[in-house]
Every structure is written in C-alpha cells, then in structure tokens.
Design a protein around this ligand. Structure first.
Ligand SMILES: [Zn+2]
Length: 194
C-alpha cells in the first residue's frame, strides 16, 4: 500500500514510471484497479474511490495506491477521524457524543482513539521531524504542549499540514489529504497480522 496526496495523478505517474516500489525501489507500472470503496467525509458527504494498483517491473510485487485522505480499511476518512480525535484529546468530548454527531457507533470512535493513542508517540515523533524539514529555513512557531500524548501528536500533524499549505503550494482543500499523509492514515492502519 502506498499513500498519495494526489491520487488524481497516480494513473499518469504509474504510466510514466515515476513511482518507486516500496519493496525494492524499482519502478511501478499500471496494474489495474482495486475494488471500489465508499468513504465517509465531512457532514455525511461520501466519496467513491477505485484505487489504482501498480506492479513493480523489477520484483513484481503489486501495491495499491490509496489517496491519503482515506484511512486504510476504514469507512471514515482520515480528516473525519483526526477531527474527532482532536475533539476528544483537546476538549474531552466523549465517544458517545462524537459517534452521535458523526452517525457512527461509539465503539467505532473508541476504536479510532485506542489506535491513535497507542501510536501517539511515533506519530508525534515522525510529524515533528517532518515539520522540521517542511519549515527548514523559515520562522515557524514552536509546538505548544497540548496536555496529552495524543493532543501533542495531532498538533504536530496539523502543523505539518498547515506548513505544507503555507510554504509548499498546497491548497486548503488538500487539508485532509495532508493530515493523512503526515501520519494519520498510517497510524490508523490495522496492526500487522490483524
Ligand atoms: Zn519492487
């Protein structure tokens, strides 16, 4: 699985050999598409995705190219889950209320929070490192502590997304894709072997 901020260009990038194989570093070529899936975005909006698949010309492994605003194998988008997690971590909003607002079972919200909390340390570390790279050579405010490991991790991810928009030509509409790309999507992926 590969996460792309701009899945719209994935087909062309596969055709031109611009995408590297995560297994061996070879070049991926087009290899059909995965099954169609529906993802819930904000306010009940839904997006239907048929993710392109690439196959490595060297090692022949196949990889699905998922837009980074998706969370792998979850029905809700990375932005929806990140906002719910921020409400829980920063404002103490309960899972039952978040679930009712989003139209998902409270147990689903608890599952998101459990996964993100268990990976908060790595999420924060990776996003903080990425922030240093994105804002290199610029004045950028330091991250203020948010009172919990998950709050700190989310603040670092949001800072990366904001810095990418401010400094690297991304648009406000790319926010969810950037939140996914800077760690939310990977952190929500099921544990290996589950
Ligand atoms: Zn390969």
């Amino acid at each position: 699985m590969l996460l792309c901020a701009d899945v719209g260009s994935a087909d062309a990038d596969l055709a031109s050999g611009a995408i590297a194989c995560p297994s061996c570093g070879g070049r991926l070529g087009p290899w059909g598409h995965g099954r169609e899936r529906a993802v819930r975005l904000h306010y009940g909006e839904r997006a239907v995705v048929r993710p392109p698949r690439g196959r490595c010309r060297a090692c022949r492994a196949t990889h699905m190219l998922l837009p980074s605003w998706m969370a792998p194998r979850r029905a809700d988008g990375a932005g929806v889950i990140a906002r719910a997690a921020a409400a829980a971590a920063l404002h103490g909003t309960g899972s039952a209320r978040l679930g009712a607002e989003l139209g998902v079972p409270a147990a689903t919200v608890r599952g998101w929070l459990r996964r993100l909390r268990s990976r908060a340390g790595d999420l924060r570390q990776d996003a903080t490192a990425a922030l240093g790279v994105i804002t290199a050579g610029r004045d950028w405010p330091c991250l203020a502590p948010c009172g919990s490991p998950l709050g700190d991790a989310l603040a670092a991810v949001v800072a990366c997304a904001r810095a990418a928009i401010a400094c690297h030509g991304y648009a406000e509409e790319d926010l969810d894709a950037l939140l996914g790309l800077f760690g939310i999507a990977a952190a929500l992926a099921p544990a290996p072997g589950s």
